[in-house]
Structures are given as C-alpha cells and as structure tokens.
Ligand binder design. Structure first.
Ligand code: F6P
Length: 327
C-alpha cells in the first residue's frame, strides 16, 4: 500500500452551506498530520484541466462562516467520458497526489466510483447537499442551514398570508426528495406538505383545504417539494385549486436558489468539521471508496457503492405529525 503524502480535495455538484467548513477541515487535518493538501477548482472539471492550488492551514482562515464553496463547483460533462477521466488521472499522477476527497452529492459520488473502478485511485466522499437524500448518513452538509433558511422565509410569507387571508403554495428545493419540504413544512407550520415520496393525490389536497376553511382557518401555507409527483407544477396546482375552490385567493412563491446560500448553521459547521477529519484519517489508514457520514450522532463510514444503491427513507412519523398539526 502506497503511503499517502498528498491529498487533493474538491467540491462538486450543487453547492451547499458548510462546504467551506468541510474544505477547511480537510486542509487543517492534512496540516495536523503533516501531509500536503491540494485544492481542486470547479470539481471534476478542474481535475481534468489541472486547476490545482496548494492549500496551507492559513489558506482556509475565515471561511468556516461562509456559504458557497471557495473551490467553486461544477457539473462536468467531460468527466462522464473515458477521455476526460484519463486526463484527470494523468493530472493527479503528475501532481503526485495520492488520494482524493470528494465533497458533493450522489452525482459526484457516481463519477468518483467509476473513476475509482478504472484507476483504483484512493478516494473518500463527504456528503454535501442541501437535499439530504444520501443513504448512509442521517444528515448531509448544508441540509440544516437550508431548513433554517426555508423556515425563516416562510415565517415572512405567513405575515402576508394572514394579513390578506391568502393561501400560499411555497415550492422548496429537493429534486427527488422531500426532506426539506417535510421538515421545514412542520417547522413553519404548513397546512399540507407535498413530497415526492408520498403521492397524496389532488383530491386529498382539495379535501384538506376544504377542511381548513370549515375549521375556521383564514390563511394557509402549503409546502411543495420541487420533485413532487402530483403531475402538476406549482403554478398549474394554483390554477387547479383556484378553479375547484374559488373561495381561495392563492399565491405562489418559488424559493429557489436562496435555499443554497448563506452562512452555514452551527450544526453544519460542526458536521463538516467532523466529517473532514474522518475523511482524511480514512485515507491515511489506507481506506478507499468510502463515504463518511453521521449515524445516530456518531461519525461512521460506508462503501460509496452502498450509499448510492441505498435509499434514504423519509421518516413516516413526520408525515403523521404534520397531519395531526393541521387539524
Ligand atoms: O441537489 C441540490 C439542488 O439544489 C436540488 O435541490 C435542485 O433540484 C438542484 O440542485 C438545482 O440544481 P441547479 O443548481 O443546477 O439549478
């Protein structure tokens, strides 16, 4: 087994608050163990183009509190090709890099796994995405901050909803997952929460809204995950509800990328710091192809392959709690 003397770190896929804290943790853990650390700009694309920068412990000062990623991120199509991955490998070897740490979501890990199969290059994944849709970790970096952002914004929307007796459809991120919608929905006191994991159907939504009126509610918030499977986008849903329940004055608010920005929460900073340490230590101990994560408050690891095959299930108890709360 080759001794690890130089580690590269990159961020890939959608940025998430706390990615900077994870970079800082990787860089400082390398400094602690007296090994070199290289930052790769723009994810896999930077790997292909050899866009590298040496990183010292001081180079990551004052980034723990910053959103986004100082290394920038990209979704690289070239890395999907054999030729692209060959360039990436050649650059890693030319720079004498012995191990790679990937901070990203499942798309980034899929690319990493293919790369590892082809070149047997040591790598460890750190889950960073606001979606929290990765198996093998209870929380991904960025998710907690995104939840807090969503709740804060819905609190503001509620002011208008109640002042004007309106029904608001608030669309939140989560391409294929309802974690943000479900948790922020409960936290913000939503009337209904529509998530891709549970297709409740349009009838059920109409019934629930009718019940709300009967129960004397003058305004309501419905939180909808962007990946919801109702078959209508949020604007079509508004039209549908206005057509069937003309007593409702409906407005739509699509929160969009604001959910990905901003200073990371304390939870995300601590999580990122813990995962970064573990990722470097796993590489130093000769491990590869693992993803680090937090399970029942403990930092653990699992094969990246397992993380990709498994499905992070939504907590059904939360759906029940949401139903009870909207009585
Ligand atoms: O995966 C994170 C995420 O923010 C999803 O929730 C969302 O669907 C997607 O990325 C948006 O991607 P883009 O930045 O390419 O618009």
């Amino acid at each position: 087994m080759k001794k690890i003397k130089k580690i590269a770190v990159l961020t890939s896929g959608g940025d998430a608050p706390g990615m900077n804290a994870a970079i800082r943790s990787v860089v400082r853990t390398c400094a602690y163990y007296r090994i070199d650390c290289i930052g790769v700009f723009r994810g896999y694309q930077g790997l292909i183009e050899g866009d590298f920068v040496p990183m010292s412990a001081r180079s990551v000062s004052s980034i723990i509190n910053k959103g986004g990623t100082m290394l920038k991120s990209a979704r690289s199509n070239e890395f999907r090709t054999e030729a692209g991955r060959k360039k990436a490998y050649d650059n890693l070897i030319a720079a004498e890099i012995d191990g790679l740490i990937l901070i990203g979501g499942d798309g980034s890990f899929t690319g990493g796994l293919i790369f590892n199969k082809e070149y047997n290059f040591p790598l460890i994944g750190i889950p960073g995405t606001i979606d929290n849709d990765i198996f093998g970790t209870d929380y991904t970096i960025g998710y907690d901050t995104a939840l807090n952002t969503v709740v804060e914004v819905i609190d503001k929307i509620r002011d208008t909803a109640s002042s004007h007796n309106r029904l608001f459809f608030v669309e939140v991120m989560g391409r294929d997952a309802g974690f943000i919608a479900l948790n922020a929905g409960i936290g913000a006191g939503a009337e209904e929460i529509l998530i891709p994991e549970e297709n409740l159907g349009l009838e059920r939504l109409l019934d629930s809204l009718k019940r709300s009126k009967r129960a004397g509610k003058s305004s309501s918030i419905v939180v909808i995950a962007e990946g919801d499977k109702l078959g209508k986008n949020v604007f079509e849903l508004r039209d549908y509800v206005e057509e069937h329940l003309p007593e409702y004055d409906v407005r739509v608010s699509v929160l969009g990328h604001m959910q990905r920005g901003g200073a990371p929460s304390c939870f995300d900073r601590v999580l990122a710091s813990r995962l970064g340490v573990k990722a470097v230590e796993l590489l130093l101990d000769g491990h590869s192809n693992l993803m680090v994560g937090i399970v029942n408050t403990k930092i653990e690891s699992c094969p990246i392959e397992e993380a990709l095959k498994g499905h992070h299930e939504i907590n059904k108890e939360l759906i029940r709690v949401s139903d009870i709360m909207s009585v």
